[in-house]
Design a protein around this ligand. Structure first.
Ligand code: 0O2
Length: 209
């Protein structure tokens, strides 16, 4: 398998979409409206992780592009839970890709405690051989959901998917606490955003002025 050739258009898709999604935030920053996007990350799935998934799900190597939907992955982080809905609506209205699947792990959180909203999009990249439509997974989550998922992901890696029961329980409690944090922040959203506008106006003036 020539992984470099297979993954090159996925890298292109990740790079292009990072610019596009970060561009949304930049456009908001030129208005008085608060951006629903806090920051954006993206990655091409590492080869060992692709092979692992293919092995676990019994996917033959020639079906990887169809069946592993997150060869290219983007993550959009939001400050508040309500922002997630705004981002989803914005993505639904775009003309540069088509949404092929939505998985709402916020309404239906995973047994691990994982919460996030996943969209699978079909995104066309332009290659020397013409247009190639690719599947890309976009995960949208709050900063609190992201904090929890990052910690849980590294523990899962450390214990190779067999996290000890006591740690699993703590992680579930931590997930509930992260959910409460999102609820509390939603309650004081107006206050937080006013403070951020004042703060960004001050920092725009430069230090000491
Ligand atoms: P990585 O390292 O993030 O690339 P499955 O993969 O079987 O769970 P499916 O249907 O392929 O499920 O896709 P799903 O569940 O919509 O999305 C899978 C991705 O979501 C994972 O990618 C994670 O990024 C994230 N995710 C899903 N469940 C959990 C969870 O319980 N904890 C954490 N931390 N992340 C989760 P990968 O392939 O696991 O790996």
């Amino acid at each position: 398998m020539d992984w470099e050739t297979l993954l090159a258009p996925y890298k292109q898709a990740v790079d292009e979409l990072k610019v596009k999604f970060r561009g949304i935030r930049e456009q908001y920053q030129k208005t008085i409206k608060q951006s629903p996007i806090e920051f954006v990350t993206g990655r091409v799935k590492p080869i060992n992780s692709i092979l692992n998934k293919a092995w676990q799900k019994n996917i033959p190597l020639d079906k990887i592009e169809e069946e592993v939907q997150d060869l290219a992955g983007l993550r959009i982080m939001c400050q508040f839970t309500d922002d997630i809905k705004k981002v989803i609506d914005m993505l639904r209205n775009r003309k540069d890709f088509e949404i092929v699947e939505e998985r709402d792990y916020i309404t239906n959180k995973k047994p691990s405690g994982y919460r996030s909203y996943h969209l699978v999009i079909r995104y066309p990249v332009q290659t020397l051989d013409g247009e190639k439509p690719l599947l890309v997974e976009v995960q949208i989550r709050t900063l609190a959901m992201n904090f929890w998922a990052t910690i849980e992901h590294s523990l899962n890696y450390k214990y190779q998917g067999q996290i000890p029961k006591d740690i699993q329980l703590r992680l579930q409690r931590a997930a509930e606490a992260a959910g409460r944090l999102d609820e509390e922040m939603a309650e004081i959203r107006g206050e937080v955003q006013e403070a951020q506008i004042v703060f960004s106006e001050r920092t725009d003036d430069g230090p000491g002025s």
